[in-house]
Write a protein that binds this ligand. Structure first.
Ligand code: IVH
Length: 729
């Protein structure tokens, strides 16, 4: 008879074999068939089964770290074992870690540091009397492979420690990695010489550290970050974990660039989220945040489990990529007529949300990545960014798939209105030129009614679609002439299943439309959806002009265009005298423009687009229609010459400071933060440039954060913004 115990023992055996196989692939061959998370779940199941059976076996993979040793290398023992870290996957597990320590030390007062978890290959470097003598891989944790020859190829790794004090002997631990751009170049070279491409920088790093020929290794451009210590004589050289980072830097070794601190469990969680935002700007791949108790005496007191220190834990960030099947490609017509391909996906969970659609950007992207219906694709969803298809898993391509091309699929006609489409020369976008194309018109209507534009409550996607599909609105401004009755009886359902908008909703909408007539000019400018004119630009334009009439005949914008024309002509001219006169002309325009203090948002491209828009047939018709409707919006922030004004704004705390906001803020919406900054006299811009003073970064900040780090711009959080303004947070 098979007992429950037999079944559990069998499962234990299966789990051990499976875990050992995956560990071998990962540590010895530098590749993996399952994600870290799946591997960890197998380990957790094994631990649970062993606990249940009362089995304690030091040979079990639940009790030992992996083994990276290979035949060709000489082994040396680590003076202090190289352990692994326990993983945490959610806030609850972080809290449990903290509470365990609170119980252990019988105090709530704990001090943590939080640092990036580098996704590389662990190594231990021994320095004797300050000289690098040997570098080992982790091996089986007790002894590792001697990779000294390969570590010596790392640029920026000093072979002699630079400053005193220096311990007699010290094992310094860290992670070897290859950065993204070197990885790409190396892979390119591999491909051109007919070799296979490496899957990711970690695989390449782990293969490279195990090369026998160091001249080959040098070509792999290995890098290193050092973050910890093993054996150290004298043993009490360090008191705080954070000192290790400072000392590593002082010795001239590559150290962790980001180390955060926390004292409470809530703070710990906040810092972990912050690290998730910051890690994208780091030069190496990271897969988590490592939390370490800062007090080394307490670390010693708590000691280690079979595999890991009790006072450290690795919080693993949710993977932002997943594989799924591309069921279909649909085509959407946007506000500006651009036809966008959308991936219709087999629903898949990514970073804790279900994703069933992703953007495919445009025809060129589809062609470049050779994305075909039926393919298995890798989809990425990072923070607030719209999910996107990253690449095709070619090995999984089913037979008989066809390359996809938008123009072929739509046969040259707009999928919504059937009118011809064009792809302008040098442009990737395919556009429907029919301004009355219903989805285009519907999105324009929705846009002008949006909260940041004319804020017309009750005019959402459904109402906009019904109005345009039924030709009740043929031009966005028709909404100002629509009757209550038409709206009240508007059918939001289908002919078979009608659902009327109703009198109450219609009345609300009409009221909002009436209110919109007198809203400030900036909201109107923004609502028109002129290319390159966002909210900030619209505000700047309304600071410089009182009305649409002034904007249409703007000399300021024409001067900016002329200045640009001069610059182009100066570059093109070969005649010295002509060059000089052009320079003079440019100078005189600059002088004229100087006093307006125009923000970088209103540059040559925007100015040209705005001038062109109001000179175009559409622009002229729009202004005529507005005057027929008796609508004449006025600027509410008109102040074209700010510096000559005795303006109170220059006494405000953020006067003269430009901010960019990115990511999700813990307490404010981005709009709230913007209003707050503007009230305090600051400006908010949409893109990071040298003119930016501060980047206000929240959770899941992306490329703006990277750019700000590159430009050395001060990065602040919500609390720091509050203290700049002088308010209590
Ligand atoms: S501390 C007792 N700090 O992650 C081990 N490890 O999954 C102490 N790792 O074996 C390690 N970044 O190879 C530490 N900032 C960091 C790290 C880090 C990456 C690696 C390390 C460790 C593995 C555990």
């Amino acid at each position: 008879m098979v007992t429950i115990r037999d079944r559990k023992e069998k499962r234990m055996g299966q789990l051990r074999a499976e875990i050992e196989r995956h560990a071998r692939l990962y540590y010895r061959e530098g590749r993996s068939e399952i994600s870290d998370f799946e591997y960890d779940m197998l380990l957790r199941e094994l631990e649970a089964v062993e606990l249940d059976l009362g089995i304690q076996d030091s040979a079990s993979p639940s009790k030992k770290v992996g083994d990276d040793r290979i035949e060709a290398f000489q082994n040396y023992p680590h003076s202090e074992p190289m352990l692994s870290l326990d993983n945490a996957y959610n806030q609850g597990e972080i809290q449990a870690f903290h509470e365990r320590l609170v119980r252990l030390f019988n105090t709530e007062k704990l001090n943590y540091i939080i640092e990036p978890k580098i996704d590389g290959v662990a190594v231990s470097l021994t320095y004797e009397q300050g000289h690098f003598v040997r570098g080992l891989t982790r091996g089986n944790g007790r002894e590792g492979d001697d990779v000294t020859h390969n570590l010596r190829t790392i640029e920026g790794l000093p072979l002699v420690l630079k400053t005193q004090p220096i311990p007699e002997i010290i094992e310094i631990r860290g992670e070897v990695y290859i950065n993204e751009s070197d990885f790409k170049t190396i892979n390119q070279t591999a491909l051109t010489s007919g070799e296979k491409a490496y899957k990711n920088p970690r695989n390449l790093a782990s293969g490279s550290i195990k090369l026998l020929d160091a001249t080959e290794t040098r070509k792999r451009k290995l890098r290193i970050v050092l973050y910890g210590i093993g054996f150290c004589n004298p043993a009490n050289f360090f008191t705080w974990q954070e000192d290790i980072h400072y000392q590593i830097r002082d010795w001239g070794l590559p150290a962790q660039a980001v180390v955060l601190k926390a004292e409470t469990c809530d703070e710990l969680w906040m810092r972990i989220r912050e690290m998730d935002a910051l890690r994208k700007s780091l030069p190496f791949a990271t897969d988590g945040a490592v939390i370490k108790l800062n007090t080394i005496a307490l670390q010693r007191e708590a000691g280690n489990t079979a595999k890991s220190p009790r006072t450290m834990v690795a919080y693993k960030f949710a993977s932002e990529q997943a594989q799924t099947v591309l069921r279909d490609i649909t085509l959407q017509v946007g506000r500006t007529g651009v036809i966008t391909p959308v991936a219709e996906l087999e629903p898949v969970d990514i970073a804790r949300t279900t994703v069933s659609r992703a953007t495919l950007h445009n025809n060129d992207e589809i062609r470049r990545k050779d994305i075909r219906i039926g393919d298995t694709v890798i989809v990425e969803k990072a923070g607030e960014i719209i999910p996107a298809v990253i690449e095709v898993v070619i090995e999984k391509r089913p037979p008989h798939t066809q390359p996809f091309d938008i123009l072929t699929r739509i046969n040259g006609k707009c999928p919504a209105c059937g009118q011809p489409v064009i792809q302008a020369e040098g442009e990737v976008a395919i556009r429907c030129l029919n301004l009355n194309c219903p989805p285009q018109l519907s999105r324009k209507l929705e846009f002008i009614a949006g909260r940041k534009a004319l804020d017309i409550e009750n005019l959402g996607t459904q109402v906009a679609e019904s109005l345009t599909e039924r030709s009740l609105v043929k031009d966005t401004l028709d909404i100002f002439a629509i009757s209550l009755d038409t709206l009240a009886t508007l059918n939001l359902g289908t002919d078979d299943d009608p659902r009327t908008f109703g009198e109450k909703n219609a009345t609300k909408l009409i009221k909002a439309v009436e209110r919109a007539r007198t809203l400030p000019l900036s909201r109107w400018i923004y609502g028109l959806g002129i290319p390159n004119v966002g909210e900030t630009t619209a505000k700047e334009l309304s600071r410089l002009h009182r009305s649409f009439a002034e904007l249409k005949s703007s000399t300021i914008l024409r001067n900016i265009c002329q200045k640009n024309d001069c610059e182009v002509a100066i570059k093109a001219s070969t005649d010295k005298a002509e060059k000089e006169s052009l320079k003079e002309k440019k100078q005189s325009i600059e002088t004229k423009l100087q006093d307006y203090g125009i923000s970088p948002e209103v540059g040559k491209v925007t100015s040209a687009t705005v001038v062109e828009f109001f000179d175009s047939v559409i622009g002229i018709q729009l202004l005529t229609r507005l005057s027929e409707l008796g609508i004449n919006p006025q600027s509410d922030n008109y102040n074209p010459l700010p510096s000559t004004d005795k303006d109170v704004s220059n006494t405000l705390p953020l006067f003269g400071k430009t901010f960019v906001i990115t990511g999700t803020l813990p307490n404010f919406s981005r709009d709230d933060a913007k209003t707050l900054i503007e009230k305090a006299g600051g400006k908010v811009s949409g893109s990071v440039s040298k003119q930016t003073h501060y980047l206000l970064a929240g959770d899941a900040a992306g490329s703006k954060l990277t750019k700000a780090v590159e430009l050395g711009i001060t990065i602040i959080d919500e609390d720091e913004l509050n203290s700049l303004i002088g308010e209590e947070s």
